[in-house]
Design a protein around this ligand. Structure first.
Ligand code: TA6
Length: 304
């Protein structure tokens, strides 16, 4: 089906949902847009990737690179990429895409509804196909539930619809917008063990996370809540993880930004990833006919 026909079909199907629209943000990329009583948000149907979220009167919470590829087969650079069913490089086959297949597929819009208090709930689904089974030989149904209110809640539900158990590593690879990485403090990891992936050393966090160079750390069994304290914008972005044993904290800094064609050379000061994940020792086994749910809730608070 052509893009315009698909957009018309979606608009007709959800015509009764106020504050909802669909548009072709870039050629071939349909976005679901929400503007309700509480906030604005946008979600790419390719990758089921929340790209924008901002409570009314608040600066954008999520960050997107101006250099994002917008090319099928490549991930969008920003918002909340879904890393599933593996995180990072494929454990056996380096030819397979980093961070799995979910963010490289078109997802279906299963439901969109407004609640009585003006909150918008979106459900997107992805089921296994010949293409996915070629890369990952299991039957599954993925559901992404996005709840847009003053807060943003995102739930990734993995259902094993086959007869064999499977093991997944996963992340909601959230890119947050910050005023300046050099003055940002990330709280909530004090005392937590982590793997510094840059030197493969296990370390222990002392106090707040601060950024003075490329940072790529996997915190295991950290507290569920973390806080991005942004003094220039006088705000705190709180991120609460559920069913998430891992949190990944990443900023590419200068050299890695330059090496990434879909990441501007001077963009790194204005973003940080704090990812809601289950990776490494926190990977999850999903038995046949059972579900696993990973979730996060983001809220913005004033820094008084
Ligand atoms: O989450 C951190 C990380 O694994 C980094 O090592 C870096 O590769 C980043 O993800 C981005 O990965 P991507 O495949 O989206 O370019």
């Amino acid at each position: 089906m052509k893009i315009t026909e698909e957009i018309i079909r979606l608009q007709q199907r959800f015509a009764d949902v106020s504050g909802l629209s669909f548009h072709e943000k870039r050629p071939g990329f349909i976005f679901l847009n929400i503007n309700n009583r509480h906030a604005t948000a946008s979600i790419s149907l390719y990758g089921a990737q929340v790209i924008d979220f901002a409570p009314h009167g608040e600066r954008p919470v999520l960050w997107e690179s101006a250099c994002s590829f917008y090319a099928v087969g490549k991930p969008l650079r920003g918002g909340i990429p879904l890393c599933w069913p593996w995180f990072g490089a494929h454990p056996e086959n380096p030819d397979l895409p980093a961070h799995g297949l979910a963010r490289l597929q078109y997802w279906e819009v299963a439901a969109v509804r407004n609640t009585a208090d003006g909150v918008t709930e979106v459900e997107l689904t992805l089921t296994d196909s010949d293409a996915t089974r070629e890369v990952w030989p299991y039957k599954f149904k993925l559901t992404l539930k996005v709840t847009v209110a003053e807060t943003l809640t995102v739930e990734l539900i993995t259902r094993n619809t086959g007869t064999k158990s499977f093991r997944i590593s996963e992340a909601m690879h959230t890119y947050f917008t910050v005023s300046d990485i050099h003055s940002l403090a990330v709280k909530g990891f004090d005392g937590c063990e982590y793997l510094d992936t840059l030197d493969q050393q296990r370390k222990q966090q002392k106090g707040d996370i601060r950024f003075t160079a490329e940072t790529d750390c996997i915190y295991q069994h950290a507290d569920a809540e973390s806080y991005l304290v942004d003094p220039a914008w006088r705000r705190i972005i709180a991120n609460r993880r559920s069913n998430s044993g891992s949190a990944v904290v990443w900023n590419p800094w200068i050299a890695k930004s330059i090496r990434m064609p879909d990441f501007g050379d001077t963009e790194y000061p204005f973003m940080v990833c704090v990812e809601t994940a289950n990776v490494g020792e926190c990977a999850v086994t999903v038995e046949p006919e059972t579900e696993h749910q990973l979730a996060m809730t983001v809220r913005v608070m004033p820094l008084l």
